[in-house]
Design a binder for this molecule. Sequence first.
Ligand code: ACO
Ligand code: AKG
Length: 401
Amino acid sequence: MNRDVLLNDTTLRDGEQAPGVAFTTAEKLELAEALAAAGVPEIEIGTPIMGADEIETIRAAVARRLPARLLAWCRMKARDLDAAIESGVGAVNLSLPASDIQLAAKLGLDRAEALQVIEDMVGRGAAQGLFVAVGCEDASRADGDHLARVIETAARAGASRIRLADTVGVLDPFSTFELVAQLTAKSEIDLEFHAHNDLGLAANTLAAIRAGARHASVTVLGLGERAGNAALEEVAAALAVIDGAETGIELSALPDLAVRVACAARRQISAIKPVVGADVFTHESGTHVAGILKDSRSYQGLDPALVGRCPRIVIGKHSGATSITRMLNENGRDLDPDLAAVVVARVRRKAAETKSTITAAQLVELYDGMCSEARRADLTDLGQLCDAPSNCTVVRAGRHQ
Ligand SMILES: CC(=O)SCCNC(=O)CCNC(=O)[C@H](O)C(C)(C)COP(=O)(O)OP(=O)(O)OC[C@H]1O[C@@H](n2cnc3c(N)ncnc32)[C@H](O)[C@@H]1OP(=O)(O)O
Ligand SMILES: O=C(O)CCC(=O)C(=O)O
């Protein structure tokens, strides 16, 4: 398949670095299979230097011969590379900080020494026949000229790709575009962008792609360090809907993938999580429902069917006559349009009192109750019911006062 953008899913590496998340081998294998089945072309499968268990898990994943490239994450250290080789992967991401802050704090290296490490370690990996990507940790806070030299050095030493990481999530869409556009113009090899969501801006990933990055790191549900990463489901859907870009991802597989990852990570999926959250295709507001019943596009920018979801209409505090009449009709009740306003008012009050939506059964009960109330009070129609609190008797506002 010809893909415009290649997504590298790192749920099993950066995703697992989220606090307290620990996938079992069985879960990692199941998730790797599900990711590959969903069309994810690359999976960052783990960090071999973590030890024998991780190496065994990676070996087991490699043995599955999934239709996806498996990469191992390594620091730029010979022993990390050796562990990756032991795990059997054919591709590694060799990572070294790019910013002066991290180079000094973590490694005590200056820029020239860092370039030497890159030359040595990339050369070593390439000589082993590995596909080598270079991870520039903290690229977003690095000096631009140094980054350009890193790319040049890595490419010369045999790297096939450079990952630009916004490790602490401080870029915005404009600075992302500028950084990636400048480096794309100078780079002979592909660039990948790796976002973090500390300021809620992991969607910078789209700016990076517009600026020329052909690869992007993502994780299911955005699971990852701190506030997480760019979410696979959001990036894949946005690329399809906004850019019409081909990623090879089967969008309808994303909700199931999200549930699997949430279960294995012991995390909840927020109801408002784009694409996969329980409520993101649910409509309550009267004007919205009246619009989408005529044309679903009026309030749906993302067609739920595209991602294997169904739209849902619920009744609540913001409902209008259209949706209430419709739900009553679906339940065998014929509401006179002239009486809708008073039913709407009662529904609104009940939803406000209960701070929740109102089920079809509750709506029918409420409506039937209003009808009986009207009959008991000998009203000719519901329109004569008062618009007072539900414990107020009809008599107070009715003609039998
Ligand atoms: C931004 C990111 O998410 S990058 C991904 C990082 N991933 C992780 O840290 C998760 C897995 N990590 C681990 O299991 C462990 O930290 C290990 C196995 C990598 C290392 O464990 P330890 O040997 O106990 O070292 P520790 O974690 O205390 O410190 C990290 C070491 O890595 C070194 N290091 C960090 N990044 C790099 C790098 N890119 N290249 C080379 N060395 C590095 C540090 O300088 C430090 O070295 P030191 O032990 O000589 O001081
Ligand atoms: O260097 C890399 O491969 C990126 C590591 C990472 O996860 C990050 O910097 O956020």
